[in-house]
Design a protein around this ligand. Structure first.
Ligand SMILES: [Zn+2]
Length: 149
């Protein structure tokens, strides 16, 4: 049995706004550390899209690995991602696994970027859903974007 972790945000949440490649609408991004039982556990990047002619959705990347030991220790990093937004035939937004790190360069931070098929087989999948639910419920930008401000 996996113990239930106590998740909290790190102290240095950051946000940035930039432009969508497809329609020049604003994209809002939030990123931060997630702590589990007081220790750095994961990093997330959440992009909230305001497309002019497509669904307004959020894409959340979560990176697991060893933190705080310098980049030479980053060989164990692995990243997951999901898209959260409206789906046909459903009243509430749904989360769907997608390829991780699509909007980010390859490198040691993101480590192994899992695609949907590999993520589904990965032992950390349940931890990813736990972290992404925590972000959806508690990051003010993501929560407001997905569930309304
Ligand atoms: Zn767009």
């Amino acid at each position: 049995m996996m113990s239930v972790m106590s998740l909290t945000f790190g102290p240095d949440r950051q946000t940035r706004e930039f432009q969508c490649d497809c329609c020049q609408a604003p994209i809002e991004r939030a990123w931060n550390f997630i702590y589990a039982d007081g220790a750095a556990y994961a990093v997330y990047f959440a992009n909230c899209y305001h497309h002019k002619d497509r669904d307004h959705d959020a894409w959340i990347d979560v990176i697991f690995g060893t933190w705080g030991a310098g980049s030479e220790q980053w060989t164990d990093h692995v990243s997951f991602a999901c898209r959260v937004g409206p789906v046909a035939g459903q009243d509430t937004p749904a989360s769907t696994l997608v390829t991780a790190g699509l909007a980010h360069p390859d490198g040691p931070l993101f480590g192994t970027k899992l695609d949907r098929e590999t993520a589904l087989q990965h032992p950390k999948l349940s931890e990813f859903w736990e972290v992404s639910d925590f972000i959806l419920e508690n990051d003010p930008l993501v929560r407001g974007h997905v569930y309304g401000r």
